[in-house]
Design a protein around this ligand. Structure first.
Ligand code: GLU
Length: 473
């Protein structure tokens, strides 16, 4: 489909973004083709006997790029999923990993079910059966392909996957590294659950800290005081709202399936979540205005819009009505290529998904490293650091004659725990990557936006890998 008037599929949208960025490179056509295409698409069906009776379910695992191994990406549980979507998401994973220097290729998996319509026992059976299919075809393994949570799946499913893989591979010492996003007690890493939302906060904060860019948008420098609307109160949307709020932003709007709520004075996210649990809906939240048509939330008066639900939410149909100056893509593919052109003309800044939501896979990388090293981060050095800091404090006290309070001492002397190291690694990753893509964006006035710059950065990194591997000259 080359006519932009026709509705492009998600995969076509991603490819259009790829082509737009590829124009700025001088890589040979063959190399670009190799980078763009999905290396392997495994579509299968498998039978299960659930509480609903006998069923045949559809599953996929798409491995987009083998320039680095293992390949990495989540497993989506959704009854709307199709092959086009899984392919698009797998492509995004390759470029996402490259942008934040996570040394993996991209992949994505899916099971076509509505997880809400199954019992926990059903879901366990389905997950284990899906995993067995991946094992059978070598589509899972610590050095091959490492799944993770995605829309509709979480730590519980990842624990079932790890256990199934270990059962099929008795004695395999690195078995736990076959999947990330596991519960901490099952080999997970602290901070993984909130990593995508925390990463969004770090990325948005970095963008807002650039006075020159903010001035162009007619905004003040810094995230503090910015009015934010968030679409989606799942794991990503919830933590993104929470950390942005803690960073001084005002969450003025929240949208979910059932509708949206708006309060220009700000919404208390935890209170909204509690209200939703009690009433089954975010609507009728005290002090807030109800917006029954949830998509209208995207058009609310605000500075920053964080779409953190599903793909293709901002389209050529609603893009012209969007009032936000910054679109911070928490979800994968929330803005279509046509919508982006409209937004660009309006001068809106889009912080692209492949960079902004890379916090999840970044911390997945830390979890994988932890599983391979078989030791908790901080275990070896925490006490050593503490005693070194303590000795330093004593020396300062002796030299100055001043003594620190026990509170000050505790704060200064503290050695790093796993969570401190994970968050620090995440902050470093998101900050460095932002400046890398911004520099590319600013290096050539023809590069229209941050997304093209992010694609360009990623294409060049993947190309370098292929050249280094000796596959291309
Ligand atoms: N599903 C997440 C994403 O789209 C996480 C992937 C991972 O941790 O491997 O980025």
């Amino acid at each position: 489909m080359s006519n932009s008037k026709e509705k492009l599929s998600f995969f076509e949208n991603v490819n259009r973004n790829f082509d737009r960025a590829a124009q700025f490179t001088s890589h040979p056509k063959g190399l670009l083709e190799q980078i763009k295409g999905c290396n392997s698409v495994y579509a299968f069906q498998f039978p299960v006997r659930t509480s609903k009776g006998f069923e045949v379910l559809h599953g996929w695992r798409v491995e987009h790029s083998y320039h680095k191994l293992p390949v990495k990406g989540g497993i989506r549980y959704s009854d709307f999923v199709d092959e086009d979507e899984v392919k698009a998401l797998a492509v995004l994973m390759t470029f996402k990993c490259a942008v934040v220097d996570v040394p993996f290729g991209g992949a994505k998996g899916a099971i076509k079910i509505n997880p809400k319509s199954y019992t926990v026992t059903d879901l366990e059976l389905i997950t284990r059966r899906y995993t067995a299919e991946l094992i059978r075809k070598n589509y899972i393994g610590p050095g091959v392909d490492v799944p993770a949570p995605d829309y509709g799946s979480g730590p519980r499913e990842m624990a079932w996957i790890a256990d199934t893989y270990a059962a099929f591979n008795p004695g395999k010492i690195d078995a736990l590294a076959c999947v990330t996003g596991k519960p901490v007690a099952e080999g997970g890493v602290r901070g993984r659950t909130e990593a995508t939302g925390r990463g969004i906060y770090y990325g948005l904060r970095e963008a807002c800290d650039n006075a020159e860019d903010m001035k162009k948008l007619g905004l003040t420098q810094g995230l503090s005081g910015k009015r934010v609307v968030v679409q989606g109160l799942g794991n990503v949307g919830y933590y993104a709202s929470k950390f942005c709020h803690e960073g001084g932003a005002i969450i003025v709007g929240l949208a979910e399936y059932e509708g949206a709520i708006y309060n220009p004075k700000g919404l208390d996210i935890d209170a909204v979540v509690k209200h939703r649990k009690e009433t089954g809906s975010i609507l009728k939240f005290p002090g807030a205005k109800d917006i029954p048509n949830t998509l209208e939330a995207l058009e609310l008066e605000c500075d920053v819009l964080i779409p953190a639900a599903l793909e293709e939410q901002i389209t050529d149909e609603n893009a012209s009505r969007i009032k936000a100056k910054i679109i911070a893509e928490g979800a994968n593919g929330p803005t279509t290529a046509d919508a982006e052109e409209i937004l660009l003309k309006k001068g809106v800044m889009v912080i692209p998904d492949m960079y902004l939501n890379a916090g999840g896979v970044t911390v997945s990388y830390f979890e994988w490293l932890k599983n391979l090293s078989h030791v908790r981060f901080g275990r070896m050095d925490k006490r050593f650091e503490q005693s070194a800091f303590d000795k330093m404090l004593q020396a300062v006290e002796q030299a100055t004659g001043k003594s620190f309070s026990s509170f000050e001492r505790k704060e200064i002397v503290k050695g790093a725990d796993e969570i401190d190291l994970v968050n620090s690694g995440l902050e470093e990753t998101m900050t460095t990557a932002y400046n890398q893509i911004r520099e590319i964006w600013k290096s050539n006035s023809k590069i229209p936006d941050l997304r093209t710059a992010a694609f360009l950065s990623a294409i060049n990194k993947v190309a370098t890998s292929y050249v280094d591997l000796g596959i291309f000259p």
